[in-house]
Design a protein around this ligand. Structure first.
Ligand code: ADP
Ligand code: MG
Length: 242
């Protein structure tokens, strides 16, 4: 069974540097959800063992009431029934987390986040692939399985920074450093040799850690115009299998 989201979140929280990049996250309860809805303009509710963007619920504050979305369903409700509607989207078998919603930066008018593919083919963690994941139109998740597509990270960062190469370089350095630190922290408690890290950049340009996946998919990287990363990933997979 893959490691749950909360367990990995707590492991990262212990790290003095990583903790600054983690959005506020709790086990979902009625009172915490209501408090988070008051504190933030949007809130994400996720199954602890979810993947591929499945089952994620987003509640967003409107001038009056809330918009609650899950998959392709969308409801606009008053504040008195927001909790009831959120709960109607939950699957009974799962435990859920409630997390501060981030206002993701956009690329050509569409939200994106970042996937880093890390591998440990020998004794050391390396970054085998990096890509921006651009959401399908009107989706609030960027996952490949939900229609998200890959774009070269440098291209997207150049666009975000208005072609400021030194800002792009600084983002790359920060992203690489964070990802390696995440892999090392998760690897302390779990014997893993691959990790997919989801990072986000918000509208203010701030970097956030969304989650780390111990069973990352590699299909995203087949979509990049340059096949170097997918070749590296596949070669490392062979080394890891032994
Ligand atoms: N707190 C958040 N704020 C904004 N967007 C989020 C947040 N959490 C998740 N998302 C979006 O939903 C996607 C899926 O969430 P994630 O936690 O990675 O779950 P999964 O395991 O299903 O991939 C993310 O890649 C991101 O696009
Ligand atoms: Mg994810």
């Amino acid at each position: 069974m893959p490691i749950g989201k909360m367990k990995k979140h707590k492991e990262m929280l212990k790290h003095p540097v990583l903790r600054r990049y983690l959005p506020e996250t709790h086990w979902m309860t009625d009172s915490r959800t209501l408090r988070m809805l008051k504190a933030y303009s949007s809130v994400f509710i996720k199954p602890n063992h979810g993947s591929g963007g499945s089952g994620i619920i987003r509640a967003k504050r409107l001038k009056k009431g809330y918009e609650v979305r899950c998959g392709s369903s969308r409801k606009v409700v008053g504040s008195h029934s927001v909790l009831k509607v959120i709960k109607s989207y939950r699957k009974t078998k799962h435990r859920y987390l409630v997390q501060k919603g981030l206002r993701l930066a956009k690329y050509h008018g569409v939200i994106f986040d970042i996937r880093i593919y890390l591998q440990k083919p020998a004794g050391k963690w390396m970054i085998a692939g990096t890509a921006a994941r651009v959401a399908a139109p009107h989706k609030f998740v960027t996952n490949y399985l939900k229609g998200g597509h890959a774009a070269p990270l440098s291209t997207v960062l150049l666009s975000l920074t208005g072609n400021n190469q030194s800002k792009v370089d600084a983002y790359h350095r920060k992203i690489n450093k964070l990802s390696i630190a995440i892999a090392k922290i998760i690897n302390k408690r779990h014997s893993i040799r691959e990790l997919g890290v989801d990072l986000a950049i918000d509208k203010k340009g701030r970097i956030w850690i969304i989650e780390a996946n111990s069973h990352p998919g590699h299909m995203l990287f087949t979509q990049l115009p340059d096949q170097t990363m997918i070749r590296t990933i596949m070669r490392n997979k062979q080394l890891i299998r032994g």
